[in-house]
Design a protein around this ligand. Structure first.
Ligand code: CAA
Length: 259
C-alpha cells in the first residue's frame, strides 16, 4: 500500500519497521498519519511472517505531538462529537504482536503518548520526552495522564504535566519510562536486535506475555496474577511449549512453528 506520511519496510523477513515521515512538521500526528499508521500496524499484525514491529521517527523527532494547526480552531463539539483528534489512536492498542518504539529526538505530547502506547521504548541519547499540552491551554488527550504516572510515578508525571518540561533520555531511563538508552547512531541496530530476538520466539507466547503484562496496568494484583496463571497454563496446549521445553531438555535450539 502507498503511504504519504509513513514509510514501511520489512527487515530480515520478520520485523516490520514503520517510520513516521512528516519531517517538515517534526512528525506531528495528524489524522492522515494516524490512519496510515493504523493501516500499517494492522497489516503487519495480520502477516504471519512478522514477529515484531518497530515504530520510529527521524533523528530529530519521533513525533512533536498532535498537529497543532490542524486542531487549533476546533470547537468542543468538533473535538467531542467528531472525536477528531484521537479517533484513530486506539488501533495501536489492538495490535497483538509486540511493538517497540525506537525514539530519537522529540517525543512530545501525543508523540510521548504514542511511544508509551508501544510495548517498550528504546531511546537514543538525544531523546526528549514531555507532555507540554499545558502550555497550549489543554491537557494530554491520548492517555498521557494515565500512562505516564503508571510508568514514572505520580511525582514526575505531575511535574511533567503541570510544568510542561522535557525529560532527557537519561532521566527517562532512571524513571523507567524507557527500557534502554543507546547512542543515536546505534538506535536502529539496538531496536532491530531486540525485535529479532522477540521474532525468534513463539508468536503465541509473545502475544500471551504482552497481554499478561498489559493486564498488570488494568487490574488489581489478584486479578492480574490469576489472568497470568490462566494464560500460562493455556500455553501448555501449544506445540511451541513442547518444542521449547524439549529443546532445553535436549540441549538444542528451539524451532518454533507458531502453533
Ligand atoms: N504540530 C504541528 N506542527 C509542528 C508541531 C506540532 N505539534 N511541532 C512542531 N511543528 C512544526 C513547526 O510549526 C515548524 O513548522 P514551520 O517550519 O512550518 O514553522 C516545524 O515543525 C519545526 O518546528 P520548530 O521550528 O518549532 O522547531 P524547534 O526545533 O525550534 O522546536 C519543538 C521543536 C520544541 C518540538 C517545538 O516545535 C514545539 O514545541 N512543538 C510543539 C510541541 C507540543 O506542544 N506538542 C503537544 C501538541 S498537543 C497534543 O499532542 C495533544 C495530545 O495529547 C493528543
Amino acid at each position: 500500500m502507498a503511504y504519504e506520511t509513513i514509510e514501511v519496510r520489512v527487515e530480515a523477513e520478520k520485523v516490520g519497521v514503520i517510520t513516521l515521515n512528516r519531517p517538515k512538521a517534526l512528525n506531528a500526528l495528524n489524522d492522515q498519519l494516524m490512519t496510515e499508521l493504523g493501516q500499517a500496524l494492522k497489516a503487519f499484525d495480520a502477516d504471519e511472517a512478522i514477529g515484531c514491529i518497530i515504530l520510529t521517527g527521524s533523528e530529530k523527532a519521533f513525533a512533536a505531538g498532535a498537529d497543532i494547526p490542524a486542531m487549533a480552531k476546533y470547537s468542543f463539539v468538533d473535538a467531542y462529537k467528531g472525536d477528531y483528534i484521537t479517533r484513530n489512536w486506539e488501533t495501536l492498542r489492538s495490535i497483538r504482536k509486540p511493538v517497540i518504539a525506537a525514539v530519537a529526538g522529540y517525543a512530545l505530547g501525543g508523540g510521548c503518548e504514542l511511544a508509551m502506547m508501544c510495548d517498550f521504548i528504546i531511546a537514543a541519547d538525544n531523546a526528549k520526552f514531555g507532555q507540554p499540552e499545558i502550555k497550549l491551554g489543554v491537557i494530554p488527550g491520548a492517555g498521557g495522564t494515565q500512562r505516564l504516572p503508571r510508568a514514572v510515578g505520580k511525582a514526575k508525571a505531575m511535574d511533567m504535566a503541570l510544568t510542561g518540561r522535557m525529560m532527557d533520555a537519561q532521566e527517562a531511563e532512571r524513571a523507567s519510562l524507557v527500557s534502554r538508552v543507546v547512542p543515536l547512531d546505534r538506535l536502529m541496530e539496538e531496536a532491530l536486535g531486540a525485535a529479532l530476538t522477540i521474532a525468534g520466539y513463539s508468536q503465541i507466547a509473545n502475544m500471551a506475555a504482552k497481554e499478561s503484562v498489559n493486564r498488570a496496568f488494568e487490574s488489581g494484583l489478584s486479578d492480574g496474577v490469576m489472568f497470568e496463571r490462566r494464560l500460562f497454563h493455556s500455553l501448555f496446549a501449544t506445540q511451541d511449549q513442547k518444542e521449547g521445553m524439549d529443546a532445553f531438555v535436549n540441549k538444542r535450539s528451539a524451532q518454533f512453528s507458531n502453533q
